[in-house]
Design a protein. Structure first.
Ligand code: MN
Ligand code: MN
Length: 467
C-alpha cells in the first residue's frame, strides 16, 4: 500500500519548480535510442575534428539522405532537401516546408570549429637538433592542457600551382603523432612560480615533429631538411607552401565512453559538434516539415564569429534571401518571421569546482537539454537575451514533446562569461534562444558530455523543426 501524500507534499509538487533527472525518467526504449545515437555521434566526432572535416562529413551524410547542392536561382518546392557549402568551412542544410515561406523558417544554428592549435604561416624550424612547428592557438584554451598529449595534424596546403593537398596525420592506428613538450617537475621550480595561465606561454606551444638529421656533413639544420625532404616525397610540397596553408593540431585520441556505467562520452570538440551533430540528425529525421527547416553549421565561433565563414558574415542571410525569392517571397519578411535555436553548449556543474556556478541556475549533466535565456559578461554585455515570450514558447514546446530540459547560466554573476552565435542571429531580427548540451572540461582536449543530454538535444531540435 502506498502511503497517502500529505497536503503539503501535494501542494509542493504542484507549486515548486524541480528539475528532472533523465536517468529517472527515460524508459528502456529511450535509453536504447540514446546509446545508439551516442555510438553514431562518436564516429561523427572521429571523422570531423576540424571545421572542414565537419562540413565534408555532414554533406556526405546529407547527400546519402537525398540532399542536393542549392544554386541561387534554382526552382524550389516543398519537400526539397538542399544544402549550401560556404567555402568548405561552413554549411547550411534546408528542407522546404509545406507552409508558405512567409511564415518564416525554423533555424538551428551550431558551430563546427573548436579550440585547437593552428600552425603559424612559417612554422618549421630546428633547434638543438629537434625539428618543431611554431603555432598560434585558436579559441580560448588553457595552454598547459595541450602539452604532453598526442596531437594529430589536419588541414590543407595550397601549392604554388593552385592544387590543394589535404593532410591528416595521427588518426590512423599506424600513423605517427606529434606532441608539445612540457618541463620535467625536477626542473620546473621557476615555471611553478608562474600563474596557471602563464604556466605554458603562447610561444612555448611548439610542436615536436622530428629528430633525425639528413645525412650530410656540409649543411646546418639537417633535421629540418630531413623533414622537408620527407614532406616533399609524400606531398610534393616545399617550405614556401606552408605560407598558404591552414594546418591545425588537434588531439589525436578518439571519442570514448566514460564511466563504469558508460553514461558519458569523452572527446575532443563536443563544443560545439555535439549540437552540430544533433541538429543535423534532427533535420535528417524530418521526412516533411510544415515550416521550412534550416540547419546552419558555422565556423569561427571560437574566435568571435568574424570572417566570411563565421556568423557575422552575410552568408546565412543571403541564403535565406535566396530561398525566400525562389519560393516567391522576400528575405526580409521571411527572416523577420523566423525562429532560431542557437544550439551551443553550456558549462555543466563540476563537483570539483562548484564555486564558479550558482547552483540554482546552473546546468547539470543528465538533467536534459539546457535552455539558456542569456549569455554575456558583466551586466549581460554581448548577449541577445531571449524574450520571455519566446522562452515560454520553447519551454512549452519541450514539455509538450516530453523532453527533459533545464536552464543554465554560464557561471556566477561577474565570474566570467561568454557568448554564442545567438547575438548575431538576433541582429537579423529573428527570435532566438540558446539550447544545448552541458559540458564538463569545456575547451579542454578531452571534453565530457552525458549521453542522455545528447539525446535530449536531438529530440528538442527535432521537435522544434516538426512544430
Ligand atoms: Mn560553443
Ligand atoms: Mn566554445
Amino acid at each position: 500500500m502506498e502511503k497517502e501524500k500529505s497536503a503539503a507534499k501535494i501542494l509542493q509538487e504542484r507549486l515548486v519548480y524541480k528539475k528532472k533527472h533523465s536517468g529517472l525518467i527515460m524508459n528502456e526504449e529511450a535509453i536504447c535510442e540514446s546509446i545508439k545515437l551516442s555510438e553514431d555521434y562518436k564516429s561523427f566526432l572521429d571523422n570531423a575534428k576540424t571545421e572542414r572535416e565537419a562540413v565534408g562529413t555532414s554533406i556526405n551524410i546529407a547527400k546519402s539522405r537525398g540532399f542536393t547542392e542549392y544554386k541561387k536561382g534554382s526552382v524550389l518546392k516543398s519537400g526539397d532537401k538542399v544544402y549550401f557549402n560556404n567555402r568548405g568551412k561552413a554549411v547550411i542544410f534546408a528542407i522546404i516546408g509545406n507552409e508558405p515561406i512567409e511564415k518564416g523558417v525554423h533555424l538551428a544554428a551550431a558551430h563546427i570549429d573548436s579550440p585547437r592549435i593552428d600552425l603559424k604561416q612559417n612554422p618549421l624550424y630546428e633547434s638543438d637538433e629537434i625539428a618543431l612547428f611554431k603555432t598560434h592557438y585558436y579559441g580560448g584554451i588553457k595552454k598547459y592542457q595541450w602539452t604532453a598529449v598526442p596531437l594529430a595534424l589536419h588541414g590543407v596546403i595550397i601549392k604554388k600551382d593552385g592544387t590543394c593537398v589535404t593532410v591528416t596525420i595521427g588518426e590512423d592506428e599506424n600513423d605517427p603523432v606529434f606532441c608539445i613538450s612540457d618541463l620535467l617537475p625536477h626542473l620546473a621550480a621557476e615555471q611553478a612560480k608562474r600563474t596557471l595561465s602563464e604556466g605554458i606561454k603562447g610561444e612555448e606551444l611548439n610542436v615536436i615533429i622530428g629528430s633525425m638529421p639528413f645525412k650530410d656533413d656540409e649543411i646546418s639544420d639537417k633535421v629540418k631538411l630531413n623533414i622537408l625532404s620527407l614532406l616533399n616525397d609524400k606531398y610534393g610540397i616545399i617550405e614556401a607552401d606552408f605560407l598558404s596553408a591552414e594546418l591545425e593540431m588537434v588531439p589525436a585520441f578518439k571519442a570514448k565512453d566514460i564511466g563504469f556505467d558508460r553514461s558519458m562520452v569523452g572527446a575532443y570538440g563536443h563544443d560545439d559538434r555535439v549540437c552540430a551533430y544533433t541538429a543535423l540528425q534532427a533535420l535528417l529525421s524530418c521526412e516533411n516539415v510544415s515550416r521550412t527547416a534550416v540547419v546552419c553549421l558555422a565556423d569561427k565561433e571560437e574566435s568571435g564569429s568574424n570572417g566570411n565563414t563565421g556568423l557575422s558574415s552575410k552568408y546565412l542571410e543571403y541564403f535565406l534571401y535566396d530561398i525566400a525569392e525562389a519560393l516567391g517571397s522576400d528575405g526580409r519578411t521571411v527572416i523577420s518571421a523566423s525562429e532560431c535555436l542557437s544550439a551551443d553548449v553550456n558549462a555543466a556543474m563540476d563537483p570539483t569546482f562548484p564555486d564558479v556556478l550558482e547552483k540554482r541556475n546552473a546546468a547539470y549533466i543528465n538533467y536534459g537539454v539546457c535552455v539558456t535565456k542569456f549569455t554575456g559578461v558583466r551586466g549581460k554585455a554581448g548577449t541577445s537575451d531571449a524574450s520571455a515570450e519566446f522562452a515560454g514558447k520553447i519551454h512549452s514546446m519541450l514539455d509538450k514533446n516530453g523532453i527533459v530540459w533545464q536552464t543554465g547560466e554560464l557561471g556566477k554573476v561577474d565570474m566570467g562569461g561568454g557568448g554564442t552565435v545567438a547575438a548575431y542571429i538576433a541582429n537579423l531580427n529573428m527570435d532566438v534562444i540558446d539550447v544545448g548540451v552541458p559540458v564538463l572540461s569545456m575547451h579542454s582536449p578531452f571534453e565530457i558530455v552525458a549521453k542522455s543530454d545528447v539525446y535530449m538535444a536531438y529530440k528538442a531540435i527535432y521537435a522544434f523543426m516538426k512544430e
